[in-house]
Design a protein. Structure first.
Ligand SMILES: Cc1ncc(COP(=O)(O)O)c(C=O)c1O
Length: 380
């Protein structure tokens, strides 16, 4: 077994999901699962139809590894129009989901011992992929629960040195729901050297509340060649199971990442790519996206009264302060056993994080009942 792989952490949420399933089976009960990051909505039928039509046309063979030309063109047009990124089709690589794009970026850049900054709390796969790569991980706190950008930037500047190879930023953020502003990115980009790469994970770009604005750091005209921007169809279009995402980067970086894409998956299935073009361009599909975001916003409103909830500005998660002295994993188990609600333990996102995470990518009934039961615990 590969020693680095054997030693990686990150299985806590998987262990917890196993515990929830076993608990349900043993007690013949059903638990309200507020720990998933998978939209409860179905993929729009127009996208499904496009996929079926593509298969019927015989599009069942390998495609060019970076992505089919029509999709790369549509994606670069979208990045120019919506993200204000100066993009051409050659800057795009189509990958098997955002996580694959992130894997390609980290694995193609990092040598053992290289310094990498991640903000804590973080989405666990960053840490795990960095660990497999032998990276020297430096964690910069996100200043919970205030999430003050000035404080975060000060934390960042203290941790940063010119030999940091990579910084991973995620906005809208999982799990905090925080959104980095234009000024935040400008300051960060003006601080870093010409050797440091910024990996900007923007998979929740469309899920925004209270008129929040998403900023793509690659649009700011500062060190753009050093930025790898990652996007996905998973969350925006409720297409998690389709496994399609993409990245934008300089041609120099893409040349290396493409090798890894070829060796890890050859290409994304052609019929999935054809369906993705429809997701991008079809008006009904995009109206569906707006509708889903509206529904998330309504669910988010239920959090306002909840004691200890850190209100998210984007994505569909909320961190809530653990009201007990139980450790995070024990508290999450306690919630299953006592109120029949599964939440993600803070330990899944950082060390000694006195929070737990709920997700409102669940159906309305589960959400409102889950919040009702949690509020009895949070009051006490
Ligand atoms: C912050 C973040 N980035 C990336 C991803 C990857 O999503 P996918 O691989 O489905 O595109 C997720 C999924 O939960 C996520 O939360």
């Amino acid at each position: 077994m590969n020693e680095l792989l054997k030693n990686i952490s990150g299985a806590k949420n998987v262990e917890y999901a196993d515990f929830v399933r076993e608990y349900e089976a043993k007690n013949k009960t059903s638990i309200l699962k507020l720990q998933t990051g998978d939209p409860d909505f179905s993929t729009h039928p127009n996208v499904v139809k496009a996929m079926l039509a593509s298969i019927e046309k015989g599009k069942t063979h390998y495609t060019n590894s970076p992505g089919i030309p029509d999709l790369r063109s549509a994606l670069s047009e979208k990045l120019v129009r919506e993200n204000k990124i100066n993009s051409a089709p050659e800057n795009i690589l189509v990958a098997n989901g955002g996580v694959h794009a992130i894997y390609l970026a980290i694995r193609s850049l990092i040598n053992p011992g290289d310094k990498v900054i991640i903000f804590e709390p973080y989405w666990m796969p960053y840490k795990s992929i960095l660990e497999i790569s032998g990276a020297n991980i430096i964690k910069v706190p996100l200043d919970l629960p205030h999430m003050n950008e000035e404080t975060i930037l000060n934390n960042f500047k203290k941790a940063y040195s010119n030999d940091v190879k990579l910084i991973i930023a995620n906005s809208p953020n999982n799990p905090t729901g925080m959104i980095f502003s234009e000024n935040f990115y400008k300051d960060l980009l003006n601080t870093i050297s010409n050797e440091t790469i910024l990996l900007s994970d923007e998979v929740y770009e469309k899920i925004l509340y209270d008129k929040a604005v998403h900023v793509s750091p690659a649009s700011l005209g500062i060190k753009s060649e050093q930025i790898i921007s990652v996007f996905s169809f998973s969350k925006t279009y409720a297409m998690t199971g389709w496994r399609i995402g993409y990245l934008h980067a300089s041609k120099v970086l893409n040349k290396e990442m493409l090798k890894l894409l070829q060796y890890t998956s050859t290409c994304v299935s052609p019929f999935i790519q054809d369906a993705a073009i429809v997701a991008l361009k079809d008006n009904a599909v995009n109206a569906h996206v707006d509708e889903m975001v509206k529904r998330y916003a309504e669910r988010r409103n239920l959090l306002i009264e909840l004691k200890g909830a850190v209100m998210p500005k984007g994505a569909f998660y909320c961190l809530i302060q653990n009201p007990t002295h139980l450790g995070e994993v024990n508290f999450s188990r306690w919630c299953v056993e006592n109120i029949g609600v599964a939440v993600s333990p803070g330990d899944a996102f950082g060390e000694n994080l006195p929070f737990f995470r709920v997700s409102f990518a669940v159906d309305d009934t589960t959400w409102s009942e889950g919040i009702k039961r949690l509020s009895t615990v949070l009051k006490g």
